[in-house]
Design a protein around this ligand. Structure first.
Ligand SMILES: CC(=O)SCCNC(=O)CCNC(=O)[C@H](O)C(C)(C)COP(=O)(O)OP(=O)(O)OC[C@H]1O[C@@H](n2cnc3c(N)ncnc32)[C@H](O)[C@@H]1OP(=O)(O)O
Ligand SMILES: CC(=O)C(=O)O
Length: 530
């Protein structure tokens, strides 16, 4: 097995072929910089013959110096019947002015005769002289042997001929593409091994994920002697996507000890994933290995107990190795160990065997049965612990709220009005507020009333609001769970409310949010005093 694997990221080329993904030139530049900072060897950032945006991107990149990575432009071999020099796509590849070009060409005889409709000989000439031409211009050239594995299975002699032609043309790399994503790991190993044993040249692998095998297939190619892996950082790409490089880098570098990026960069595996997702405007699959939000989240009580005693009891690596973090989730399947450290933050004298611990677990299970979920609402859970431990006093009493809606609205920003009346230590306060919906107006009215007594509430704003219908069978009579995320500019916290009335569920979550903020203010003051 080799010691070093060259990583080739195609997020900005094959990734841009994924449904729902579109990058602006600015997005591309930001992602290139992030990949460069991670020391990804090759960044395939576009197809200059495809569209003016990619050409503009490569033009802008001429003034950007990459510190570690080699920018790569992608395009096809020349068209049949013309010279490489005459081919407009090849002219665009040169115009991109990158040190590396990746050219794809046909390796499956069926594609040659039925898709690009030329002869098998002309296809070999197309590969050979396109690569020769690009080499004469001083480029490092990768030959992406499209459909190589299907081609090999249909006509191995011809598939190998295409690699021979590419090598004769001067290709630096033969990249075996599993274009349709239908091959299995044993086939990948056997065929890649034959290529590695036949040609004295560097071999790469490019796998698609149509059978969920892209990562496994890429690893088998490495086992067979490939030293370059192509994929996309978050796995998105044409159809089911490409080999996920964040998983592959984790697997190869952390588990198999092969260097893909410098050792000191592996802690950036997760932060770079989150940055790319942010720029791409997608959510990372929570369950993604290594980098996902739940990759090191423990929920089962016995798991949490085990991890608290020895982290490797339920973790394959330490999450910090890849810049991720361990999380313990609150739920009805939690045991006492899960909640003990949360309880002890409020009352350190309580132990696993104290009756209060069992009472809190019972209350948690009862609330989950009613539809609550605390995994994403730990602030509400802290308030429940306080209530159970007698460490809570309400900051205000609700007298009532009234909601009015206007439809059709003269101004959508003020389509709802809410009146809130509260009592704080015997003093009543009545406020009215308008909003673009009842929850927005309710939030504004409650904050306006509370600000009179607690000025720091002015800093609080809602940053997220999610509603989940809990029992879809009963349709409009179903319960809803409202999850609110709030911020005061320094801290972010989440609270939850459940009711069959969406306004009431929102109110419960809003009240928890305000009370949580006020409790934290008091704690800060006490800390400062001590
Ligand atoms: C497996 C892969 O991922 S390969 C990369 C796939 N990526 C993309 O297709 C995205 C970028 N593509 C594009 O922007 C456009 O397809 C362009 C600009 C490159 C070409 O557009 P058009 O000239 O309108 O052609 P169109 O997309 O309709 O068809 C593809 C053409 O490329 C030809 N072609 C396909 N593969 C190859 C190849 N390896 N070598 C040479 N020609 C090829 C086809 O025969 C077809 O030619 P035809 O128009 O003479 O029948
Ligand atoms: C080149 C390429 O993207 C493929 O064959 O899948």
């Amino acid at each position: 097995m080799p010691k070093k694997i060259e990583i080739f990221d195609s997020t900005l080329r094959d990734g841009a072929q994924a449904e729902g993904i579109s990058f602006s030139v600015e997005d591309k530049i930001k992602i290139v910089k992030a990949l460069d900072s991670l020391n990804i060897t090759y960044i395939e950032a576009g197809n200059p013959g495809s569209n003016p945006k990619d050409l503009e991107f490569f033009r802008r990149m001429k003034s950007q110096n990459l510190k570690n990575s080699k920018l790569t432009a992608f395009g096809s071999t020349r068209r049949p019947g013309i010279t490489a020099e005459e081919d407009i796509n090849i002219q665009s590849l040169l115009e991109a002015d990158t040190p590396v070009v990746a050219v794809f060409g046909k390796s499956w005889d069926f594609h040659v005769t039925e898709i690009i409709k030329t002869t098998l000989d002309e296809n070999l000439n197309m590969l050979r002289d396109t690569i020769q031409f690009l080499k004469s211009k001083g480029k490092e050239v990768m030959f992406d042997a499209e459909h190589f594995f299907d081609g090999y299975k249909a006509n191995s002699e011809y598939a190998m001929e295409t690699l021979r032609a590419a090598k004769e043309g001067g290709a630096d790399w033969l990249v075996l593409c599993e274009t349709n994503g239908g091959a299995f790991p044993d086939e990948i190993y056997r065929i890649t091994k034959e290529v590695v044993d036949t040609f004295n040249i560097k071999v790469g692998i490019h796998c698609h994920n149509d059978c969920g095998m892209a990562v496994a297939n890429s690893i088998m190619a490495v086992e067979a002697g490939a030293t370059q892996i192509q994929g996309t950082y978050l796995g998105f790409g044409e159809r089911c996507g490409n080999a996920n490089l964040s998983t592959l880098i984790g697997n190869l570098q952390v588990k198999k000890g092969l260097e893909c990026i410098p050792k000191n960069q592996i802690v950036n595996l997760t932060p770079v994933a989150r940055y790319i997702a942010e720029i791409t405007n997608i959510s990372i699959n929570e369950r993604e290995p290594y980098i996902g939000n739940t990759a090191f989240a423990h929920k089962g009580g016995m798991h949490i107990d085990g991890v608290s005693k020895a982290t490797h009891s339920f973790e394959h690596i330490n999450p910090e190795t890849v810049g991720n973090k361990r999380r313990f989730l609150m739920s009805e399947v939690s045991g006492k160990s899960t909640i003990l450290n949360k309880i002890q933050r409020i009352n350190p004298s309580i132990t696993k065997d104290s009756p209060e611990t069992q009472a809190i677990i019972d209350r948690l299970k009862e609330l989950e049965h009613m539809g609550y979920q605390f995994e994403g609402a730990e602030s509400t859970f802290e308030l429940i612990i306080r209530k159970q431990l007698g460490k809570y006093r309400p900051f205000f009493e609700l007298i009532h709220y009234k909601i009015m809606g206007e439809q059709p609205a003269a101004d959508p920003e003020t389509s709802s009005s809410v009146l809130v009346k509260i009592n704080v230590d015997g003093q009543e306060e009545l406020t009215v507020a308008e909003g673009n919906g009842p929850v927005n107006a309710l939030d504004k009215a409650l904050r306006k009333a509370l600000e009179v007594f607690y000025p720091s509430i002015r800093d609080v704003h809602l940053t997220d609001y999610k509603v989940r219908v809990l029992d879809t069978k009963t349709a409009t009579a179903a319960k809803v769970r409202v999850l609110i995320e709030s911020s005061d500019g320094h801290n972010v916290w989440s609270t939850v409310g459940v009711s069959s009335d969406i306004i009431e569920a929102s109110w419960i979550a809003l009240v928890d949010s305000m009370e949580y903020k006020l409790i934290k203010d008091i704690e800060e003051k006490v800390k400062a005093y001590i």
